[in-house]
Design a protein around this ligand. Structure first.
Ligand SMILES: NC(=O)c1ccc[n+]([C@@H]2O[C@H](COP(=O)([O-])OP(=O)(O)OC[C@H]3O[C@@H](n4cnc5c(N)ncnc54)[C@H](O)[C@@H]3O)[C@@H](O)[C@H]2O)c1
Length: 359
């Protein structure tokens, strides 16, 4: 490996230009040397802005270059082909969430990475928020004890993304489940120690996104393109007896613009993210507190990229391995299946690979 890690980015839209490219640029031992995007004008605008000369309108022409890492930031349904092409070319891959919208795709990419001895990470930047880090540390020190229930919210009142890549199921694979529910769910499962889901009951609905009754906070969108839910909810039972409720929406009647949060209930304590408030019993008294300074720290997207760069350089386990991601996607997949069938869906534990333990 050359002294600097050589990175190529596929898809240079919003998340790449606003977070990943500045994030990579903040790392002294990394250089982004190539970009790929089907939109040639966008490719030039972003390439000029970040001073990256190698540009490709077909990512297949980029993945064969002398690169160590490929960073995939395309719409969701392009993740699997782009990640597969990069892994097949022998590159380590970090990919935006959701890694894929079906468990079959997650598994096929994960097995390909494992077979090639390559790192594959899902970009779950919320794990790197200072509040999440503080809560995780508190939990790992035994603050919660066994967790028996989680309440998980990724609820927005009128923040519906307006890009076709989010609204059209052929590009996104789903609505708020795949856009923001995936964030809150991954974070909660990570805090819970990644229990294995066993049964899921769910609902998903398109209540407002095809109409005009709730105005969008991010501008107008093409209602005819909408083929995904704008609300979903799920009730999950895990193999270890714990349960979880997930609620996610882009549009709905609630006071908060966005409620992105989780609350965990354990036998020894309780905790909330992102407020980092906790409860416990001290000397026989139910007490409450707040973890100190949970909002300070490096930018989460930058910290996530730095962690991946370290894992590649030092041959460490992936910080967000596919073996965890497949459990998230299994739950979201089951919510959609449950909506279709009107019944509880069994998630077969035997289908899941073992979790990688990091230490
Ligand atoms: N982690 C986060 O906070 C966060 C935030 C926003 C988006 N995302 C994720 O990032 C991904 C991209 O979202 P975005 O908001 O940047 O979308 P976007 O629409 O702004 O950008 C996507 C880019 O991919 C390009 N593209 C589409 N098909 C392509 C292909 N076949 N080959 C190469 N490029 C292609 C588009 O031209 C566009 O420039 C999505 O998976 C989304 O879920 C994550």
């Amino acid at each position: 490996m050359s002294s600097k890690l050589r990175v190529g980015v596929i898809g240079v839209g919003g998340i790449a230009a606003n977070q990943h490219l500045p994030g990579w640029a903040s790392l002294p031992d990394v250089e982004v040397v190539a970009l790929a995007d089907v939109a040639a004008e966008r490719l030039d605008t972003v390439g000029d802005k970040f001073g990256i000369k190698e540009r490709f309108t077909d990512y297949k022409d980029m993945v064969g270059l002398d690169l160590d890492v490929v960073d995939v930031c395309t719409p969701n349904r392009v993740h699997t082909p782009a990640v597969t092409a990069a892994l097949s070319a022998g590159k380590h891959v970090i990919c935006e969430k959701p890694l894929a919208v079906t468990t079959d795709e997650v598994r096929s990419m994960g097995e390909l990475a494992d077979a090639g001895g390559l790192k594959l990470m899902t970009a779950q930047h919320m794990r790197y928020t200072p509040a999440a880090q503080a809560v995780k540390k508190w939990i790992d020190a035994g603050g919660l004890g066994d967790v028996y229930h989680a309440r998980v919210h990724a609820m927005r009142s009128n923040l519906i993304p307006i890009a076709p890549g989010f609204l059209n199921r052929k590009l996104s694979g789903g609505g708020p489940c795949m856009d923001i529910g995936v964030h809150a769910l991954d974070l909660s499962l990570w805090l819970m120690g990644y229990p294995t889901p066993a049964r899921v009951t769910g609902t998903s609905k398109t209540n407002f996104a095809k109409g005009t009754s709730i105005p969008g906070g991010w501008g107008e969108w093409d209602r005819d393109l909408v083929s995904v839910e704008d609300f979903a909810a799920g009730f999950v039972r895990f193999n270890n007896g714990a349960t979880l409720v997930l609620e996610t929406s882009w549009l709905g009647h609630q006071k908060e613009k966005e409620d992105m949060s989780c609350q965990l209930f354990g036998l020894d304590g309780g905790v909330k993210w992102p407020s980092a408030e906790f409860t416990e019993v001290t000397n026989g008294v139910l007490s409450q507190g707040s973890l100190t300074n949970p909002m300070a720290g490096p930018k989460p997207h930058h910290a996530e990229l730095a962690d991946f760069a370290t894992c590649v350089r030092e041959n460490l386990p992936s910080p967000v391995p596919w073996t965890e991601t497949i459990r998230v996607i299994a739950i979201l997949e089951a919510i959609y299946q449950s909506q279709e069938s009107g019944r509880e869906v069994a998630v077969r534990a035997s289908d899941f690979p073992k979790l990688e333990r990091k230490s």
